[in-house]
Design a protein around this ligand. Structure first.
Ligand code: HEC
Length: 139
């Protein structure tokens, strides 16, 4: 009996730890930062390049960074960026948003995607990295 209670409470603690990472349960943001190197060819956190900036990404509607010229497909996608929609998009960008101008094949490895998303959750809301653009507003 006592062993069961202990096992249960251990499980509860474990679940709590998992839920603390908000939707990317197995993601490691430190490893995710390495995966993000693949995105840096076109993206930066707090300014637009070939791709739109990623600061403020989580919870933002797709295609609304004001000074970035999106494809019509992205603007009209109706997507809101959450860990789930990011996971679907990043596994196969051109299939998830048909007609997107993001010329990137995608990331096959689910663990690499989880790590990357864990990094994006942290970094896109980090006021030190994102300065005044944390809300996605114009700098
Ligand atoms: C070859 C250049 C390129 C690479 C590499 C690239 N992207 Fe993009 N990304 C773009 C472009 C261009 C867009 C705008 C797409 C559109 O308007 O259809 C975009 C859009 C996005 C969006 C939508 C943003 C918004 O404001 O709605 C996300 C999220 C995104 N990229 C994440 C990533 C991640 C994460 C990686 C790395 C795994 C990555 N991208 C790699 C060029 C790139």
């Amino acid at each position: 009996m006592r062993a069961t209670v202990r096992a249960l409470s251990t499980m509860l603690c474990y679940c709590w730890l998992l839920s603390a990472t908000a939707g990317a349960p197995d993601g490691d943001p430190v490893r995710g930062e390495q995966v993000y190197q693949r995105c840096l060819a076109c993206h930066a956190l707090d300014y637009n390049r070939t791709g739109p900036r990623h600061c403020g990404l989580l919870g933002r509607k797709a295609g609304i960074v004001p000074d970035f010229s999106y494809s019509e497909a992205m603007r009209r996608s109706g997507i809101v960026w959450t860990p789930d929609t990011l996971d679907a998009f990043l596994s196969a960008p051109t299939r998830y948003v048909e007609g997107t101008s993001m010329g990137y094949a995608g990331i096959d490895d689910p663990q690499a995607r989880d790590d990357l998303i864990a990094f994006l959750i942290q970094a896109s809301q980090d006021s030190a990295l994102c300065h005044s653009t944390a809300t996605g507003a114009q700098p």
